[in-house]
Design a protein around this ligand. Structure first.
Ligand code: EPU
Length: 415
């Protein structure tokens, strides 16, 4: 099994181009299933998850290809509205095909995602919303079977602004009869871009970027092209690597998507320079400890919580990090402890006492963002860190070791 070996302590310096956003491209690729046509998607990151989504589209009968950051999807011959367990278990975002497929075929079979490394992660909002739109649901052999002669617009209130449920139900509703109103929606940039894409396809969604979406069902949708927004989580990860290890400029970003993150980094003493589509960071001599609580957008993203914990483990005193989006997303902490971090977890809060030095050790990735936290810590640690199970990082970070090599890191992949 492949491993990444990082010799820590090298000063990073230089520029890095941020890739397209994983969490934007996955729902956009699913949305191509809504109608027959040929779609072109630009600025697509070459990730395991993108490849898994291509595989899933192929299972439904679509044709896909990928070259130089462009994905082509031909959904003219889609005839199998199904997402099997083998794919859903490797990538929960497969669940995104539920909405588009029921909209187009009036029926769909999607494997029910199980729990994940950091908790149960239910999909009840997706299912309750679909039922409200008029679908009949059954569970058979671990699969959700949904059927509807016609989906009919209705009001849906989310208990929590779920990214996935907002996207899935928006896709289910774009061709429903009448008006669907979604309340307490996710406003994450990736969902905003999905809704914009649906409108380019001919949907009629109002309130995009707010917490209430009003969707008037349309009769027909058409193929469309789109350029995926930059990955704000990859961007934040590189900024945090810079905060510990050197001067970095990240290019091809939308600074507004990272406002909370850059503000927090400024509180730690980092110097941040923001231009139209780039951000530069210079680390301070002493990194200040800064508390952080995750929140939905525009708050500090849960997908950068693990990386923030890694950063704070080398800060000058104590800090408290709370995750209110996922209460059990702390599998990185025992691994960071192996490098010498001093962290205690109680419920959904990590109490971190900064240490002067981390020391390299063999560690294990447990999910995409936990792996990113280990990279950040390993780059700063004294000596060698061997990170195993790196397929997690390959799900969400394009050419990660090449990008860090370009910044001067001592990093290599071994099989
Ligand atoms: N929730 C429910 N029921 C539901 C749906 C969500 O209780 O039906 C709860 C979840 O358990 C969680 C909260 O609502 O406590 C938010 O979950 P959300 O639905 O927003 O998460 P998601 O759509 O499953 C996406 C990203 C995650 C990211 C979260 C939060 C994609 C493909 N995934 O997941 O990204 O952490 O939003 O921002 O967009 C990652 O990229 O590493 C990743 C995990």
């Amino acid at each position: 099994m492949a491993k990444i070996i990082i010799k820590g302590g090298k000063t990073l310096n230089g520029e890095v181009k941020i890739s397209g956003a994983k969490n934007a491209v996955l729902p956009i690729m699913s949305a191509t299933l809504l109608c027959p046509g040929k779609f072109t998607i630009y600025n697509v990151p070459d990730l395991r998850d993108t490849r898994t989504m291509m595989q899933l589209l192929e299972i439904t009968g679509a044709k896909t290809s990928f070259e130089n950051g462009t994905v082509w999807v031909d959904t003219n011959n889609v005839n199998n509205p199904e997402a099997p367990y083998d794919l859903v278990k490797t990538m929960r975002a497969s669940f995104y095909v539920l909405g588009p497929l029921i909209s187009r075929f009036g029926k769909v079979q999607v494997s029910l995602p199980g729990g994940c490394a950091w908790g149960p992660r239910p999909v009840d909002y997706h299912l309750k919303g679909l039922e409200k739109l008029g679908a009949n649901l059954d569970l058979e052999g671990g699969n959700i079977l949904a059927e509807a002669d016609e989906l009919i617009g209705c009001d849906i209130h989310f208990e929590f602004p779920s990214v996935g449920a907002t996207g899935n139900l928006a896709m289910a509703a774009v061709r429903a009869k009448g008006i669907t109103r979604l309340f307490n929606c996710a406003k994450e940039p990736e969902i905003t871009q999905l809704c914009e894409f649906l409108n380019i396809m001919g949907a009629n969604i109002k309130g995009i970027g707010t917490d209430s979406l009003v969707i008037e069902g349309v009769k027909e949708l058409n193929h469309a092209d789109i350029t995926v927004i930059p990955d704000r989580i990859e961007a934040g990860t590189f900024l945090m690597a810079g905060a510990l290890n050197g001067e970095i400029k990240i290019n091809n970003v939308i600074p507004l998507h990272l406002e909370k993150v850059t503000n927090k980094l400024i509180e730690t003493g980092c110097q941040i320079t923001i231009n139209d589509d780039s951000i530069s960071i210079t680390p301070p001599e002493n990194l200040k400890s800064v508390d952080m609580t995750t929140a939905v957008f525009p708050g500090f993203p849960t997908d950068l919580q693990a990386q923030w914990v890694a950063l704070m483990s080398l800060s000058d005193s104590s800090s408290i990090v709370t995750d209110i989006v996922y209460h059990d997303r702390f599998s990185h902490i025992p691994e960071l402890a192996r490098l010498g971090a001093n962290i205690k977890v109680e419920k959904n809060t990590a109490f971190i006492r900064g240490v002067d030095q981390l020391v390299g050790a063999p560690v294990m990735s447990t999910d995409i963002r936990a792996s990113a936290a280990l990279f950040i810590a390993a780059l700063a640690a004294k000596g060698e860190t061997e990170i195993s199970r790196i397929y997690h990082i390959d799900r969400g970070y394009e050419k990660i070791e090449q990008k860090f090599l370009g910044l001067g890191a001592d990093i290599r992949r071994v099989s």
